[in-house]
Design a protein around this ligand. Sequence first.
Ligand code: EPZ
Length: 429
Amino acid sequence: MDRIRIVGGNPLNGVIPISGAKNAALPLMIASLLTDDTLTLENLPHLADVEQLQRILGNHGVDIAVVGRRERQDSAYARTVHFTARTIVDTTAPYELVSKMRASFWVIGPLLARMGEAKVSLPGGCAIGTRPVDLFIEGLQHLGAEITIENGYVDARAPKGLIGGRYVFPKVSVGATHVMLMAATLAKGQTVIDNAAREPEVVDLANCLIAMGAKISGAGTSTITIDGVASLSGARHRVLPDRIETGTYAMAVAMTGGDVLLENTSDTLLESALLALSRTGAEIIPEQGGIRVRRNGGDILPVDITTDPFPGFPTDLQAQFMGLMTRANGISHITETIFENRFMHVQELARLGAKISLSGQTATVTGVPVLRGAPVMATDLRASVSLVIAGLAAEGETVVNRVYHLDRGFERLEEKLTNCGAVVERISG
Ligand code: EPZ
């Protein structure tokens, strides 16, 4: 199993290109199931989760062609990929595939809408909480689906097609909003989704669906209205920049000091996180086509944050912000409200010398003047990268084990950091 070795203590200086967003790419790829025409996605990040979803889509009959890729050409860059679901050959998404990644459960929406049936294994994914699927089931039932759960599978049927309806989410869910959005595009009549997720990735999916011929208004607000159409066509769509990758590198610079231009991204995607970061003393300067992050000297100031659905502080940046706070000059409080078990990085950060105590959903972080390198183990994607950030600022050597979590969501991490002066290398095996 690969590991990442970091020798900390160097400031970051240079340019980091930001990749296409994993959490936009996944629902966009799944949207290809809605049409027999070709959906072309540009700026698709090269990530383990994207590859895993390609396997799952292939199982349903989606043809996948990477544009311009030749033998021996480095395939680790963002790519343009054609997805063509001419014929759906299988409406079952099996346990072996779905258990590896929660987002693959989302195929239930387009399969049901297009084929009138879908049998999808209950999902897996990061170990950050129980993550039930009740909202998906309730939402699809409001579109007329008949759903049973048996032997670990959700069996959804709508033999005469889905029918538009109104669903008020009792709780904001990104994934269930994606699924309702996709399913409603082909339902008969109008669907209104209330208390919808407002994340930029929902807007990106809606824009792609609109380019495919869907009639959607209100994406990015709490109420989304969809007027069903008989069929969707192909489209060409560019995956939006990864706001979590943007925020992660911004926090890395705030942690190590230095001056980095984050390229191909926008501050409008993560205003609450950047605001918190600027309160810690980092300079955040939006520039044409990117964001400059700078911290030259001066203390890291302690800042309290609470995670919330967009536009609040993203749960996917909570671990990274905690990494930063371990070196703050004072005490900060970090409250997690989205997932009940998203503090696994706490005990690993402690191995580097961090002082963190947990009480319910709140972590109290007492900043220390130095962290010292140690072997640590990543337990989920964002927790892993918080250990990398801490390792970049720690004295001596940090080895992050179980790097496969990082490969799920960070494209060319070592290269991006090394290009800015960090000492980071992958140890294979
Ligand atoms: C998406 O997960 C992201 N994943 C997550 O990123 C992110 O942390 C999360 O949204 C919140 O922003 C992708 O986009 C692929 P939710 P999702 O449904 O859609 C509860 C990462 O590291 N809930 O918005 O699965 C749920 O348990 C990942 O990239 C129900 O109770 O999250 C949670 O407490 C991790 N019933 C809350 O809602 C349901 O049926 C929000 O989850 C569905 C969700």
